[in-house]
Design a protein around this ligand. Sequence first.
Ligand SMILES: [Zn+2]
Ligand SMILES: [Zn+2]
Length: 357
Amino acid sequence: MKLHLAGGCGEHGRNCFLVEGNYTSFLVDCGVMAGEAGGGFPHLTPSQISSLRCVFLTHSHADHTGALPWLRGQGYTGPVIASQETLEQLPFHVEAGLPLEELCPDGSGRHQHIRIRWGRSGHCIGSVWYHLTLEHKSLLFSGDYTEDTLLHTVDPIRGQSADLAVLDCAYGHDDRAYEEVCGQLLRRVRELLDQRSTLLLPVPRYGRGLELLSLFAREQLPAHFYGDAHFLTQVQRAQADPFWYRAGTPLPSVASAEASALTGGVVFVSDPQLRTEAAQRLAERVLDCGGIAVMTGTVERGSFSEQLLQAGQMEQLRYPVHLNFRQYQALFQKNQFDVAIPYHTAELPPPITVLPL
Ligand SMILES: [Zn+2]
Ligand SMILES: [Zn+2]
């Protein structure tokens, strides 16, 4: 058996791992590298694609799923296995979606020759880790993973054995602990609110935005909160879904950004790169009244967010939804993995791209 690193190791984006056994061959994630010429698709040959029997998805973010339409265009029509929530979040249609909840209703089950166990990974609604066993070998894929979450539920990866583990290490050598990063973010957000009155926070459609709202609520940030229609829906869901969100998480009330005057406070827009016209209009409203944008994730090349950053109208502050190298090592030590591979960072390139198992 072999694991091919088809993307996502030594880079931030294009997450895609090909497992080739004697009797089956499958992918875990199929993401794109945003802003790369040619589409930034995974490094897969036509014969590797034609041998695929299934695709597992850890969550819906484009760096894990954005190459699925391309894969379909290359001839793949087999099953796509993910949580029901992830399948529903995809911005394109998947014909052969197989929800984990049906395949493995109590967290474990089987598909073809593969024994599957999964758990919630704490990164966003619908995100999971996988423990897969086939042909007397086992592999663990953490997906994008964090235990430092203020409102997502997480099934910690503990005491697991695997021949090989592919673990989130997106923050590389940034060794700061979660609370330290949050403290720095909060200090700067308070300063910016004093100076600029209104802040625009472009956030992914699922994940980090609600975490930030929870943090601001926990710290009693003196601000009004606004959100676009999608953000408002996510706030409602978080208070009514005890599987993906912790029951009883207190969230402040959030007003509609479209229907409000935005008089001081924090405005959440569910479009991290500000690609849509509606998001750009909202950004201009905030900037026109003296406000500033704050990016808490990665700015993609060629995006409107990048333009704002270059024009000094956006600041970058981190809110952690991944692991750093120290946390990656700690996770390694809490389990029995023969070999582990860090992924999701350019700071730790792998020495080889095909690992025998
Ligand atoms: Zn993600
Ligand atoms: Zn990711």
